[in-house]
Design a protein around this ligand. Structure first.
Ligand code: A2P
Length: 308
């Protein structure tokens, strides 16, 4: 896939990223910056480094506690608002029709934007699915009102997607789920694809496997992935991102380090072979790094999302 330097109206330059088109015609870059686990005090610098490197999609969440800093970095960059695709997520404590409408106001206020490009539900609440539906219907309303450009979900399993599709009107544009070589969720991805729902891969380089320090091997040191990288003169992280992109996923690697942020976007000048993709597919372990979506409850995971 060719790439070129990106010229913008200001001093910000970097690589161009190909775009993907969502099921409602809205486009977004195929690769963005994730800021899960990025402390607020490091977020501004990380987002600034990403924008300078050419990233034009930032994925945050009300529950990350860093929306304000994401917004400040975007505002400080020499870019038009329309050049940066901003995504955030409604936390489960704000589910319900009125609560979710209000949660949009909280997030938009912290981000300093009038319109959010992509607003998604962070998790399903399986034991209180009516509340999940109420929250999603509020997203549908925000979409109809032009307050958001696209809506979607995150960490939805097949049964959650099926119930949602049965009982609401707007097919989600995305389902953001954990996907890396050690945990690939192929069935959820397939069901999404059948309905035109883009899979966004969170932890696309398997970072969740080392955050938890649970004795799992890190995908970053896996010999198969490292070996494929050596054949292309690329790092393990770059190989995993390429694997995700070539399989049609949108990828949102997280880093706070400018050199890694730059490395992670430098993935548009090489191509993995079918055999290399298959070798990475074969690394599935069946072990999830994040919390089991079926077990997410307000009791266990509820937390107040501040007004400002
Ligand atoms: P750091 O923020 O210190 O760079 P994921 O997005 O899959 O969850 O991965 C994020 C994790 O991987 C973070 O711990 C991040 O640490 C680390 N990381 C991000 N990019 C790279 C890279 N290119 N090489 C090595 N580690 C990376």
């Amino acid at each position: 896939m060719p790439w070129q330097r990106l010229a913008t109206r200001g001093t910000v330059v970097g690589m161009t990223v190909p775009t993907l088109t969502l099921n409602n015609g809205v486009t977004l870059p195929a690769l963005g910056l994730g800021v899960f686990q990025t402390p607020p005090q490091e977020t501004r610098d990380a987002v600034t480094a990403a924008l300078a490197a050419g990233y034009r999609h930032i994925d945050t969440a009300a529950a990350y506690g860093n929306e304000r800093e994401v917004g400040e970095a975007i505002a400080a960059a020499d870019l038009d608002r329309a050049e940066v695709f901003v995504e955030t997520k409604i936390w489960i404590s704000d589910f319900g029709h009125e609560e979710t409408l209000h949660s949009f106001d909280k997030s938009a206020g912290k981000l300093g934007v009038d319109q959010i490009d992509l607003l998604i539900l962070h998790q399903a609440l399986p034991s209180e699915f009516e509340k999940t539906l109420g929250a999603y219907r509020a997203l549908e309303e925000l979409l109809a009102d032009g307050k958001v450009r696209a809506i979607g979900v995150s960490n939805f399993m097949v049964e959650h997607l099926t119930q949602l599709l049965d009982r609401t009107d707007v097919v989600p544009a995305v389902n953001q789920i954990e996907v890396h070589p050690f945990f690939q969720q192929r069935e959820v991805q397939d069901v999404g694809r059948e309905h035109g729902i883009l899979t966004q891969a969170w932890s696309p380089i398997g970072g969740i496997t080392h955050y938890r320090d649970s004795g799992h091997a890190s995908a970053l040191t896996d010999p198969t992935i490292v070996g494929i990288g050596e054949a292309h003169g690329k790092s393990a992280a770059q190989v995993m991102l390429r694997w995700g992109l070539q399989q049609g996923r949108q990828v949102i690697p997280k880093s706070t380090k400018p050199e890694r942020i730059a490395q992670n976007i430098d993935v548009f000048d090489f191509e993995l072979t079918a055999d290399e993709l298959a070798a990475i597919d074969a690394l599935e372990t069946g072990q999830r790094g994040g919390p089991a979506p079926e077990q997410v409850t307000l009791e266990a995971f509820g937390r107040d999302i501040p007004e400002a």
